[in-house]
Design a binder for this molecule. Structure first.
Ligand code: UGA
Length: 437
């Protein structure tokens, strides 16, 4: 099938490459000429495992191209809207500028029978509004909401073999003409057993925000338990192992630590609350305010614990932060709890050196006042305290004896509870976890 993908960020670039991999003829469109130049040269403009190789692989087939020219969408059967919906400055609500602009730009290029497929995370009600615009322009075209559930760091596999497909169509019926088109588009993953659910527009939009809100709630729940464990001398990691063995609860997303960040969970729960307010249903989501508050409290808690670890004052303390990406296998620092903690420590008088395998350039653009050192042993040299804030494999695998020889004082705060406290203490370290005795 012929496909256009509008918006070539994390979502769109991966989606375009994966659709070409599935055998479709794809054009990726973005207003940012730098992004388009990189993608045209088969380079991902961000770090995502496997994406460079996939881009090279599919571009060699001639099935994938990129352009800044929206008129290249003309002639495609299916048009995916994959632009971002960031948090509006100074408000909780999602900024819909890019979704609106992408749709308006696409409208004149629609042909009879085309599908416009929304993938961006949007406030419920958006699909119905955009469907009216599509209908006014081209009555035989359809708008579908087909939310995306990919995780950064696993984006390629999550797109090629998702857990499920959600098709939101105007009448919510399996017989809607758009269902057969999407089934053809996703024929390969459907044939290998990926389930698909057909529903109406608002339900499909809500599935996405509900899923992310649930994940955020799960993380904040375990971080609230970490607060209680700290107050009572219990160990949150053992608690998570034990409650997680109940199938109904499950162990995934129960890792207590510095909390969630990134370009999705934090802004999605806020946009969800804002939208609920507009719909007169704000009471239903007041608990998300608490989820957000627990999450943000983790950051100040780590700053306080670091002060204690450093003997009561941060002034002049040389602190090395291991990992600033919002999670491992990503160079994304959007709302990264690790980077926010590093900046707080520096503001409070510490001398902070940050290291990370992939995210240093992005971090330095946000907080140029921190020191950045790509080499782990150089970053550790002479430190008064280490903070492991993003659990990259190379930091989990650090040898406590070897590491001790580089630092001035052997103190470590394990912000992700991934180190073995016994091993580190035996090597002479003052070890501090989160929610652990
Ligand atoms: C999240 C969802 O997991 C995806 O399903 C969704 O498609 C995506 O948002 C999106 O809306 O686009 P992502 O932002 O890539 O994906 O990251 P997650 O793996 O969900 O992690 C989010 C944050 O939670 C990270 O900072 C991570 O370190 C933290 N986390 C995760 C914890 O603190 N504890 C855990 O147990 C798990």
């Amino acid at each position: 099938m012929r496909i256009s993908v509008i918006g070539c960020g994390y979502l769109g670039a991966v989606h375009a490459a994966c659709m070409a991999k599935l055998g479709h003829q794809v054009v990726g469109i973005d207003v940012d000429p730098r992004k388009i130049a990189e993608l045209s040269a088969a380079n991902a403009p961000f770090y995502e495992p496997g994406l460079d190789e996939l881009l090279q692989d599919v571009q060699a087939t001639g099935r994938l191209s990129f352009t800044t020219d929206i008129s290249a969408a003309a002639g495609s059967d299916v048009h995916f809207i994959c632009v971002g919906t960031p948090q509006t400055k100074g408000e909780n609500a999602a900024d819909m500028t890019y979704v609106n602009a992408a749709t308006t730009a696409l409208l004149p290029h629609l042909r009879p029978g085309n599908l416009v497929v929304g993938k961006s995370t949007v406030p419920v009600g958006t699909a119905a509004r955009l469907a009216r615009l599509v209908d006014e322009q081209e009555p035989s075209a359809h708008l579908v909401w087909n939310p995306e559930f990919l995780r950064e760091g696993h984006a390629v596999a999550d797109t090629l073999q998702p857990d499920r497909f959600v098709y939101g169509v105007a009448d919510g019926s399996e017989d809607h003409a758009a269902v057969a088109v999407l089934d053809e588009l996703y024929a390969a993953p459907l044939a290998s057993g990926t389930p698909r659910l057909v529903m109406d527009h608002p339900t499909a939009e809500l599935v996405k925000t509900a899923a992310n809100s649930f994940l955020a709630t799960k993380i904040s729940f375990i971080n609230a338990m970490a607060e209680l464990c700290e107050a009572s001398g219990a160990d949150v990691t053992r608690l998570a192992d034990a409650i997680g063995m109940d199938d109904r609860i499950g162990r995934k997303f129960l890792n207590a630590g510095i909390g969630f960040g990134g370009g999705c969970l934090p802004k999605d729960i806020r946009a969800f609350m804002a939208r609920a307010g507009e719909l007169g249903a704000d009471q239903a989501l007041t608990f998300l305010r608490e989820v957000d508050a627990i999450n943000m409290r983790r950051r100040s808690r780590v700053v306080e614990l670091t002060r204690v670890l450093c003997g009561g004052s941060l002034l002049g303390q040389r602190i090395t932060v291991l990992g600033v990406a919002f999670k491992p296998e990503s160079d994304d620092v959007r709302d990264s709890p690790a980077l926010s903690i590093a900046a707080q420590l520096q503001l409070q008088g510490a001398v902070v050196t940050v290291t990370d395998p992939k995210a240093l350039e992005n971090a330095a653009r946000r907080f140029p006042e921190l020191q950045y050192e790509p080499d782990t042993s150089a970053a550790i040299q002479g430190a008064d305290a280490l903070l492991l804030l993003t659990e990259w494999r190379e930091y989990r695998d650090l040898d406590p004896f070897e590491t001790a020889s580089g630092v001035t004082t052997a103190r470590i705060l394990d912000g992700r509870n991934v180190l073995d406290p016994g091993k580190w203490r035996a090597a002479g370290w003052q070890y501090r976890g989160l929610g652990r005795p």
